[in-house]
Design a binder for this molecule. Structure first.
Ligand code: SF4
Length: 143
């Protein structure tokens, strides 16, 4: 993803160290990290960039920073909202709601139908069963 980022991940770390808060929170890089963990497996210092990027995203949302990746923000918020609601991802609901917020909503309907009829997507959401786990999730999941 580095080619798409405005600052390289190591530059983001340096900017954090230098206190360039606004620049970091408004950078595209924070939203373009896909959490693939490639950097984590290579980092000699054991730094978890994806965790850091997640934290920066959350701070950017809480502080209402100007975000230049609205589709990624919509994806992020909808994903966390689903996890908060059901304790897991309800794929069909997620895709429908995310598409409503981003691209033309009807575009992917043929794909949804195909996945549903092949049994890869369930029509109704499933919830995790341990209510205590849901409580913990809601404590850490700020959307
Ligand atoms: S997890 Fe690391 S390697 Fe993967 S996109 Fe994010 S910063 Fe880049």
């Amino acid at each position: 993803m580095a080619e798409e980022m405005d600052y390289l991940p190591n530059e983001i770390i340096r900017m954090v160290q230098l206190g360039l808060k606004q620049e970091v929170l408004e950078s595209r890089s924070v939203w373009l990290c896909v959490g693939c963990l490639a950097c984590v497996s290579e980092c000699p210092n054991g730094i978890s960039l994806p965790e850091m990027m997640d934290t920066l995203r959350q701070i950017a949302l809480e502080e209402k920073a100007e975000v230049r990746e609205p589709e990624v923000v919509a994806f992020h918020q909808e994903f966390l909202g689903q996890v908060k609601r059901y304790g897991r991802l309800y794929e069909l609901g997620f895709m429908a709601r995310y598409r409503m917020k981003s691209l033309p909503a009807l575009r992917d309907i043929p794909n949804y139908m195909k996945f549903m009829f092949s049994g890869r997507l369930s029509l109704l959401p499933e919830r995790i069963h341990k209510r205590v786990d849901m409580k913990k999730l809601n404590e850490v999941c700020h959307v």
